[in-house]
Design a protein around this ligand. Structure first.
Ligand code: GFB
Length: 323
């Protein structure tokens, strides 16, 4: 079985490479990087798909960033990601890919008139939060295009689609850039600087927003288990959508997250909350109920263990990371 992974060298891609190697997974993987192919270019994308002719595509490639980078670039997030997503889905159609695994995000769900914990069937029931409306609609386009792909040529063949929707991801090969990063890598980088310089730790917002954090290796495990289910012909539906989330009880405030990171660094200096910055979405509470139907015995890495692993990796490798 040939498995093409777009975004093969990003946060999830590098984790998937590690997990595939660690469990000696039976599959012929090709991890595509942006150096190989600009997925915003439809001809390049289709040529790469024809070259490799995959049975399964794990679509990880995306322009991603924290809430502030999204707020400052919603247009670019929409256009770049919509191009990537349409090109990937259309190339799956051209070469007859048997299964497409998409990675969505809980931040693309409606921010109003939604019931918690989030369920996949609420995705299109309202506007996403304004802070990342561009990214959100590019992922909703991916979701819709993939849905329509499952309906094409039903008699001859059609592509099975699995949409996995993680909560906020974090882990080793994240983007730690202070301007564009998500909250965990941003705070790890900032706390490391504050510790080294005995300065203040400047954090954004009020700290009241609530988040659930998913350690990236847990998502990689879920991806591989769905490929196994497919290989074992244990997937009946042509379209499956599952939120991938640690339990609702794992939801913590940003303030509590900051305290955990400071404890691991043993940073005891002053913490300054700059409330001129938005909190972004207040909450996007999710659960793993949908997933437990397919993977009933899944366990999740605790936030303490995940943070300890990630901070150790950051301290040991910072000169090679995206700072
Ligand atoms: O990970 P994050 O940037 O994105 O988290 P979202 C933002 C939350 O962390 C806000 C607080 O409540 C911020 O006020 N925060 C505190 C910080 N200090 C910092 C900091 O130094 N950097 C950052 N980035 N935040 C994103 C979406 O929303 O979720 C993306 O915008 C993506 O599209 C991602 O889908 C998963 O969780 O708010």
């Amino acid at each position: 079985m040939k498995i093409l992974v777009t975004g093969g060298y990003g946060l999830v891609g590098k984790s998937l490479q590690k997990v595939v190697k660690a469990c000696d997974f039976d599959g012929n993987f090709y991890f595509l990087s942006r150096v190989d192919c600009d997925l915003r270019n439809s001809e390049q994308t289709t040529n790469w798909f024809k070259e490799y002719n995959p049975d399964v595509v794990v679509h990880l490639a995306s322009r991603v960033g924290g809430v502030y980078d999204n707020m400052n670039g919603n247009y670019e997030y929409l256009v770049d990601n919509a191009r990537i997503n349409i090109n990937v889905v259309d190339s799956c159609k051209v070469v007859g890919v048997k299964m497409l695994i998409n990675i969505l995000s809980t931040c693309i769900f409606p921010d109003q008139n939604v019931s918690y914990p989030l369920t996949s069937n609420q995705l299109h029931n309202g506007l996403p939060h304004h802070s990342n409306i561009g990214y959100a609609y590019s992922k909703r386009i991916l979701h819709l295009a993939s849905h329509l792909l499952t309906k094409i040529d039903v008699d001859k063949w059609c592509t099975r689609v699995v949409n996995l929707t993680p909560t906020n991801l974090y882990g080793d090969y994240d983007n730690y850039n202070l301007k564009s990063s998500h909250v965990i890598p941003g705070l790890i980088h900032k706390t490391s600087i504050a510790k080294m310089t005995s300065g203040e730790l400047h954090v954004y917002g009020t700290g009241k927003a609530m988040r659930q954090f998913l350690y990236v290796d847990d998502l990689s495990n879920v991806i591989l288990q769905f490929i196994d289910l497919y290989k074992d012909k244990a997937l009946n539906e042509m379209e499956i959508s599952c939120i991938v989330s640690p339990p609702e009880s794992s939801e913590i405030s940003i303030k509590s997250l900051i305290e955990k990171i400071c404890n691991i660094f043993n940073f005891t200096g002053k913490i300054h909350y700059d409330t001129s910055y938005s909190d972004g979405q207040y909450k996007k509470t999710a659960s793993s109920d949908e997933l437990s139907k397919y993977l009933p015995n899944l366990t999740y890495t605790s936030i303490s263990t995940g943070l300890e692993n990630t901070i150790k990796f950051f301290n040991d490798n910072k000169e090679h990371l995206r700072l």
